[in-house]
Ligand binder design. Structure first.
Ligand SMILES: N[C@@H](CCC(=O)N[C@@H](CS)C(=O)NCC(=O)O)C(=O)O
Length: 200
């Protein structure tokens, strides 16, 4: 059964799924959804993704329309428990970071980049405040351990990586956060690592 990922190159949400497929060494093809042309809002695409968002992962009859949901799906289908623990506390530690990827990471670095790269109509001060709170917390976590959730790489790290690698595109200075820079470099050393395309 072949896997298709509907994605957009500049989208970090898309990259986190592409990256995980590559780390798992799972074969897939991509279909580029050109958001500038509104391809994510066409009737055909909306049948796949009712909110009209990228990425969408299609694996046989399974259609997964959220990047962190796709990480969970892929870990359970093609990975082993190392990526997504089954025990209650371990699963909760992962979920905390998946929620952070859709929450504070989105409100901070993702929005900051959308303002600076794509002229989106958000408030940079708000994005900056969320970014400071998030990065200060991550710095202190990563001073204490190598990976975010466990003593090994998990989907928590995959979910958080892509947008932080391109945080500079939102004019975010990462120099005050050396532990985060070290962690980004560690992700890049993983077998099968696939880089996030830079926009500047
Ligand atoms: N919760 C979704 C959010 C995905 C998302 O916001 N994608 C952006 C591109 S990076 C998008 O499609 N935006 C268009 C829209 O929301 O209308 C996920 O994690 O996949």
């Amino acid at each position: 059964m072949s896997i298709t990922l509907y994605d957009t190159t500049v989208s970090g949400h898309s990259h986190r799924v592409r990256l995980f497929l590559s780390l798992l060494d799972v074969e897939f093809k991509t279909i580029d959804v050109d958001m500038r042309k509104g391809e994510h809002k066409t009737p055909d695409y909306l049948k796949l993704s009712p909110l009209g968002q990228v990425p969408t992962l299609v694996d046989g009859n399974d259609v997964i329309t959220d990047s962190t949901a796709a990480l969970v799906y892929l870990a359970k289908k093609y990975g082993d428990e190392s990526w997504l623990p089954e025990d209650p506390a371990g699963a909760a530690r992962i979920q905390r970071w998946l929620s952070t990827a859709s929450g504070e990471l989105f409100r901070g670095p993702v929005i900051a980049r959308a303002i600076k790269l794509f002229n989106r109509d958000y408030h940079y001060d708000d994005a900056s405040m969320w970014t400071d709170r998030l990065l200060t917390w991550m710095q202190s976590e990563l001073e204490q351990r190598t990976w975010l959730a466990e003593d090994r790489v998990t989907i928590a790290d995959v979910a958080m990586y892509s947008y932080l690698r391109v945080a500079n595109e939102g004019e975010i200075d990462m120099e005050p956060y050396p532990a985060i820079l070290r962690w980004l470099a560690d992700v890049e050393k993983l077998p099968g690592f696939l880089p996030m395309t830079k926009s500047i």
